[in-house]
Design a binder for this molecule. Structure first.
Ligand code: ADP
Ligand code: ZN
Length: 265
């Protein structure tokens, strides 16, 4: 991994202040964790999944909650009429305007993308490129668990220091209700059908950068940046059918910060 092209984190924080970034990637590609990394730079995290789950939790008896919850439980997309106003309301808040934001899980349909771009100028779209083989495997076999407080994700590939407890905030780690095989397959299918096809449109509207999780064979890298399973470096089959090593949480953070530095510093 390249050495930091920035001298200290404050310099990078200043450079990204006020930037408006959207994150793309299928379920299990690490959107939540990249969002944490971007939040650490001072950007406000706006997640459609978290916003929806919060709306349902706050007022479970409302028509909106019951309606949204029924889609979410099935792993189906919540209708645009429900999600678009919720997200636009979040983004119009003062803190998002001044600090900048990272938008995670939205837009997921062409109509959502049009609603967003008609109102807000986005500085960067990041696409999280993760081998297909790893998406379901990482969630199910890796036993994905998330922090109830700050939503940081862990798995057997990225273990917390103390089992059941979030490294960052001490919150409790739980398995998400929709993290079972049928729902994940369905969410992946929806991603392929509805979200992936409008990436070319995003590219027309803003700068699109790819952030791969795999490494090239010859890349020389400290093992502390690699995903391991039961103490061994983990190799995944890529979509091109070759074997590659993958970056872990720390490695991906470095790769992301390097990219932002190249872009904005
Ligand atoms: P994941 O990316 O792992 O599928 P999220 O937490 O982003 O999970 O979303 C959970 C659920 O919330 C989705 O399966 C869907 O039902 C709903 N949802 C989230 N974002 C959107 C969106 N932009 N449009 C429609 N439904 C959404
Ligand atoms: Zn936490």
């Amino acid at each position: 991994m390249k050495k930091h092209p920035w001298k200290n984190l404050d310099k990078l924080k200043n450079a990204v202040r006020g930037k408006k970034i959207i994150l793309f990637g299928p379920p299990g590609s690490g959107k939540g964790n990249r969002s944490r990394d971007l939040e650490a730079l001072g950007l406000v995290h706006v997640s459609s999944g978290i916003a929806l789950r919060a709306a349902v939790k706050d007022d479970p008896e409302s028509d909106l909650s019951k309606n949204a919850a029924s889609y979410m439980e099935q792993g189906a997309l919540v209708p645009d009429e429900i999600i678009v106003p919720i997200i636009m309301e979040h983004l119009s808040q003062e803190k998002c305007q001044t600090n900048g934001f990272i938008l995670d899980g939205f837009p997921r349909t062409q109509a959502q993308a049009e609603a967003l771009f008609s109102k807000i100028k986005i500085d960067l779209a990041l696409y999280l490129d993760v081998p297909r083989k790893f998406l379901v495997f990482g969630i199910i076999e890796g036993n994905r668990r998330v922090c109830v407080e700050c939503a940081t994700g862990y798995s057997d590939f990225d273990l917390p220091h103390i089992e059941g407890v979030c490294d960052k905030c001490g919150g409790k780690l739980v398995t998400r209700a929709d993290d079972h095989i049928e729902t994940i397959e369905k969410r992946l299918k929806l991603y392929d059908e509805q979200t992936k096809p409008f990436l070319p449109y995003i590219k027309v509207k803003t700068a699109l950068e790819i952030l791969p999780i795999t490494l090239r064979d010859e890349e020389d890298i400290d093992e502390k940046y690699l995903k391991t399973l039961k103490g061994q470096v983990y190799w995944v089959e890529t979509d091109q059918g070759v074997k590659a090593r993958m970056l872990n949480l720390e490695g991906m953070r470095e790769r992301l910060y390097n990219l932002l530095a190249e872009k904005f510093l």
